[in-house]
Design a protein around this ligand. Structure first.
Ligand code: ADP
Ligand code: MG
Ligand code: MG
Length: 908
């Protein structure tokens, strides 16, 4: 007989069934709670209901799942009762529980937690009597009703301008009592809150607050399962690529109390600095507090370590005397607890070999650990922590490389404020440096406004009292985030760091008026739409826009890149059209130009006139005349590129876009052009008409242009060879590669190759010297992939133009896909945007086939990719497996591609 399936796993001091490697089943939180028990760390006992139960809940519904897990849950509660020496539901000395969600991947604040479960009107009296602390008992009760009312009974704000309905009641009472802090309310006040909360619940839902602890427990378990499918959890999963199918586990755990008075506290801490990566234990705590108080920014949290506390005081402009008396560190306040916390933190970091983000509670002088996980961090912290852990011998080179998410390097590459502009700027407020970076934008006060403004292309700064998980989408599109409340571990700070977004939190001088859509600082009001700037590295807030400049890449970043270069097999080139871009890419580590789009040079200044003359030409002779004007300009362009890339290959693509792109299509500009060039408006209109195409993407472009007008190819080839010889004469090591676009047949390639080779011979004869060069083609039509073996008999290299290859293989026009692609992604037709991350099984198969066919006739043929996909980590991994020699991407993505290539090589 099969044993019945197990859904519940115990953890505690006498017995622990789970472990860290059971994350899929127990979620990250549950698996690590079990692991902490195994390490001998003090954790309140409890049990974890597996993610399989959640999946079953979604598929089969509540009743069926109840039948499946009821007995195990009853056993679990018995286990906790035995461990804690209290009975669940006992009115005189009740065991209270927390019910906590926890998915496989950490989704901080995304799903729901309920604390102090098991209280009712009788148990609260028992708790008060037993603890001798009526205030504590009523505080716990009102918190329970608040959380249960919100999570299980659905009492949310009625509109976006409204605050949490329970908080409104609290604020009203505080005003009446003329006190500022929650902790100033006494037992009687809290009792009154309980009454009012219950009345509110009755009024809004028509139901009484449930008094039966078991009803409370089951209600909470179902609510956690349901929370897996709430909007904010869905958004988070979308943003972080977490499958909807995973489900969440539920942790049911004995409560410990940080709200028992002056010797109790609750806090969060990081084993290293999540913003900078510095190897410094840091964190925040609040005395006489519970649960999310620290992150919710309700009171100003204190710092865990003394050094952290001093740094905080400096930033918050608090004097040392004030700091020591009003905001002492845990290290000063409870030195023994601090020492124990430090010990746990070190144990955990050494055990998991990564930066830990921990949650703890102190109950009357005893430390309890409530959570540990690998901490979220900024891109620069990622790099620094990986490199320092490598240096400290905690991890090896490959692990260090794998620790940094390539996309996060973005944050290190992006601009910071220009020093001079910053010195001239007017600071208007100061908060905490919650997440580094520089941001300039227009103020908005609501997350949905941030979204709609960003959609209109505006740069916005989201300003909030404090943020909550509902604000996620708005936060993700904002340039930066400013909050009036909340510390370094507030929701805004943690999420912003996770996103690598600039954030200043807890700027106390900022008073937000959501209704008026304004904020007041001192006696100045700032309104929606006003420009401000944030420095997330210092916490400074400035008036207006501030200019930015490029970041500097050295130190740990440089070391990581050097390591990546050792491990990767592919080269990383860049797509660059100008010497400036080429130089920047080179400083980012590009080892060549994989794509220079010559037409990009055609638009600048005087050039466009010469280009238009060529297009208006009625015959070859006129066209040649116009091309003669273009020749020196192109030669100059190429000379600049060769000089910038001295010693590295430069791949130059022949003219690619359809000619109509160079002509104005509106009447006004056509008139200007006519006047400029002394031709009739009618002639221009006629030419535009002639060049009109129904589907330009598949029209007269690419090598088709060069085949109709070989003199264009001739001019471009001549410019390349002359520039190459000129530069070589100046001591530059020139490595030219000429690339024919949009080839589908060998004959097409040969027609263009003949022109180029003939031109080379002519230039070399004139100069009496030769220049070695490679002549190859783009593979960007499906047909080219299919006949790659025949093309490779003549072409010396292939470069996959995956943008065109994708649109032609899928039959999606890149410019029109925006209309249906979002629906396609939502409905899972494609898993990712195929223009961002290569469609591996479709388009990818054509790539693999072409590589194989190409190499079958020319074993040493050089193959690379120059589409957008060259900078996408998942695509880079695919290209590695396909055996490409290089990827080429935009300059800013070069380091990302280098790291992705190394990770691909390590993962094999
Ligand atoms: P999240 O996943 O959002 O971090 P948690 O399940 O960690 O939510 O719960 C939030 C907070 O509630 C914890 O950080 C802790 O302060 C408090 N908490 C949870 N369980 C307990 C418990 N058993 N005893 C005391 N506090 C708890
Ligand atoms: Mg937590
Ligand atoms: Mg193309």
């Amino acid at each position: 007989m099969n044993a019945p399936q197990k859904y519940v796993y115990l953890f505690g001091s006498s017995r622990t069934e789970g472990s860290a490697d059971m994350k899929n089943l127990l979620g990250g939180k549950g698996a690590n709670l079990a692991e902490m028990c195994r390490l001998g760390i003090t954790v309140p006992s409890g049990f974890t209901i597996s993610t399989e139960a959640c999946t079953a809940f979604t598929e089969l519904g509540r009743e069926t799942v109840l039948g499946m897990i009821r007995d195990e849950v009853l056993q679990g509660v018995k286990f906790v009762e035995t461990e804690m020496g209290r009975r669940f539901g006992n009115a005189s000395d009740p065991l209270l529980l927390s019910v906590r969600s926890g998915a496989r991947a950490s989704m901080p604040g995304m799903m729901d937690t309920i604390l102090n479960l098991g209280l009712n009107d009788e148990a609260v009296l028992g708790l008060a009597a037993k603890s001798g602390n009526a205030r504590f008992a009523w505080d716990s009760y009102r918190r329970f009703i608040q959380m249960y009312g919100d999570v299980v009974m659905g009492l949310k704000p009625l509109s976006k301008e409204e605050h949490d309905p329970f908080e409104i009641i609290i604020d009203t009472l505080k005003e009446k009592r003329q006190v500022k802090l929650d902790t100033d309310l006494d037992a009687q006040d809290l009792k009154e809150l309980v009454q009012r909360f219950k009345a509110l619940i009755r009024a809004r839902t028509g139901h009484d607050f449930p008094t039966d602890p078991w009803e409370q427990l089951w209600g909470s378990i179902w609510a956690v399962f349901e929370s897996w499918n709430n909007d904010r959890a869905k958004v988070y999963r979308e943003l972080n690529d977490i499958p909807q199918s995973w489900g969440t586990a539920v942790n049911v755990q004995a409560m410990v109390f940080g709200n028992l008075g002056e010797h109790s506290a609750t806090g969060v801490a990081f084993s290293r600095d999540a913003g900078t990566g510095e190897d410094l234990f840091n964190g925040e705590f609040l005395v006489n507090a519970q649960g999310e108080d620290v992150v919710a920014g309700i009171r100003t949290p204190q710092q865990v370590s003394l050094i952290g506390s001093r740094r905080w005081a400096e930033l918050a402009l608090v004097s040392e005397a004030d700091r020591a008396s009003k905001y002492p560190s845990l290290e000063e306040l409870m030195p023994h607890i601090y020492a124990q916390l430090l010990h746990f933190e070190t144990t955990l970091e050494n055990h998991f070999k990564d930066m830990q983000d921990i949650e703890f509670t102190i109950q009357e002088g005893k430390l309890w650990m409530l959570q540990t996980r690998n901490g979220k961090r900024t891109g620069s912290a990622m790099v620094r922590i990986a490199m320092e852990m490598l240096q400290q011998g905690m991890i090896d080179e490959k692990t260090a490389i794998m620790r940094v998410a390539p996309d996060r390097l973005n944050e290190l590459l992006h601009p910071v404020f220009d020093h001079q502009a910053l010195a001239d700027a007017t600071p208007i407020a100061r908060g905490l440096p919650a997440s580094p970076g520089a941001a300039t934008g227009q103020i908005v006060f609501f997350a949905d406004d941030a979204e709609s403004w960003a959609k209109q292309g505006k740069a916005v700064i989201l300003v909030r009292q404090e943020t909550s998980p509902e604000d996620l989408r708005g936060m993700s599109v904002a340039k930066g985030i400013l909050t009036a409340r909340g510390g370094m571990t507030s929701h805004a700070a943690v999420v912003a760091r996770g996103m690598g977004k600039c954030c200043v939190s807890g700027a106390g001088a900022v008073h937000v008026d959501m209704k008026a859509r304004s904020m007041r600082i001192g006696d100045t009001d700032y309104f929606e739409g006003d420009w401000i700037s944030l420095n997330g590295t210092t916490g400074e807030v400035y008036l207006g826009k501030i200019a930015t400049r490029d970041a500097e890449l050295s130190g740990d970043f440089g070391k990581l890149m050097a390591l990546a270069d050792i491990h990767k097999h592919m080269e990383v080139r860049t797509n660059a059209d100008t010497p400036d871009e080429a130089r920047m890419a080179r400083s980012f580590g590009a080892t060549g130009i994989g794509l220079c789009r010559t037409e990009h040079m055609f638009f600048e200044g005087e050039r466009i006139t010469a280009v238009r003359e060529m297009i208006l030409a009625d015959n070859e002779a006129q066209r040649r005349k116009a091309l003669t004007k273009l020749l020196p300009i192109q030669r100059d362009d190429f000379e600049g590129l060769f000089a910038a890339m001295d010693g590295l290959p430069v791949t130059i693509r022949l003219l690619d876009p359809p000619l109509h792109e160079f002509l104005p299509h509106d009447d006004a500009n056509q008139r200007l052009m006519a006047a400029d060039m002394h031709v009739s408006l009618g002639k221009i209109k006629m030419r535009v008409e002639e060049l009109h195409e129904f589907n330009p993407m598949m029209g007269h472009r690419g090598c088709r242009l060069g085949i109709s007008y070989p003199e264009i190819t001739e001019m471009q080839a001549r410019a390349v060879f002359e520039a190459g010889l000129n530069m070589r004469a100046k001591g530059i090591d020139v490595k030219a590669e000429i690339m024919v676009p949009l080839v589908g047949t060998l004959r097409e390639f040969n027609l263009q190759a003949e022109v180029i080779r003939r031109t080379a011979a002519a230039v070399f004869a004139e100069r009496g010297e030769t220049l070695p060069y490679l002549l190859g083609t783009m593979i960007e039509t499906p047909r080219a992939s299919l006949v790659a073996d025949s093309i490779a008999t003549q072409a010396e290299f292939f470069s996959f133009g995956t943008n065109d290859l994708t649109q032609m293989t899928l039959g999606f026009s890149r410019d029109d896909a925006g209309k249906f692609l979002p629906d396609y992604l939502k409905q899972g037709v494609y898993e990712h945007d195929p223009f961002r991350s290569i469609d591996q099984i479709g388009v990818g198969a054509l790539v693999q086939m072409a590589v194989q066919k190409g190499r079958s006739v020319r074993p040493d043929i050089e193959v690379g990719v120059c589409g957008e996909h060259g900078g996408d980590p998942a695509s880079v991994a695919f290209f590695h497996r396909a055996g490409l020699n290089y990827v080429s991407c935009s300059p800013y993505r070069v380091p990302i591609a280098r790291l992705a290539a190394a990770q691909a090589a390590i993962s094999g």
